[in-house]
Design a protein around this ligand. Structure first.
Ligand SMILES: NC(=O)N[C@@H](O)C(=O)O
Ligand code: NI
Length: 158
């Protein structure tokens, strides 16, 4: 079993994987240009509301996913923090677990995964929780899932 200790999410640390827009220090308007970065097959803007009733404890990561054609953004609607797990691909395009990183996103942090970034599905740390998700939908398969050869146990500081 691999182990990961989650760190507080920062714009800088997440930059290789996407963008973090913190509304706690927002003044006026912020346009998240990266939110709809998409390739040819992704042509339909989607805004989904998703309610997650509970997450399994202890938290173990057994699969990661990518959206090959579109960036993906999550916005907490009821002040739930969430776990963000990302990693780089190896030469074969599969998760390189040596590069896996775990972060805790504050509810005021809007997280946008760049197109094609390996990530764990939305994982609130307080449930039930409601999030908005937006991306460009493509009818020829938005999501490629990778089952991990070895699960990752994730912990976070109290
Ligand atoms: N709603 C949805 O598709 N979610 C996943 O892609 C995810 O990253 O949670
Ligand atoms: Ni996703």
């Amino acid at each position: 079993m691999n182990h990961l200790l989650a760190a507080q999410l920062t714009e800088e640390a997440f930059r290789p994987f996407g963008t973090v827009s913190d509304v706690s220090d927002l003044t006026g308007l912020l346009t998240i240009h990266a939110a709809y970065e998409a390739g040819e097959p992704a042509s339909e803007p989607v805004l989904q509301l998703v309610k997650i009733e509970s997450i399994p404890q202890p938290l173990t990561i057994v699969r990661l996913e990518i959206h090959p054609h579109s960036a993906q953004t999550f916005l907490s609607l009821d002040m739930a923090p969430s776990l963000v797990v990302v990693c780089e691909p190896n030469a074969a395009g599969e998760p390189d677990l040596a590069t896996a990183r775990a972060f805790i996103a504050r509810p005021t942090q809007v997280v946008t995964y760049n197109r094609g970034v390996l990530h764990h599905r939305l994982t609130p740390l307080k449930t039930p929780a409601v999030f908005a998700m937006t991306m460009m939908h493509s009818s020829d398969g938005d999501t490629v899932v990778f089952d991990l050869q070895e699960p990752i146990a994730v912990a976070w500081p109290d």
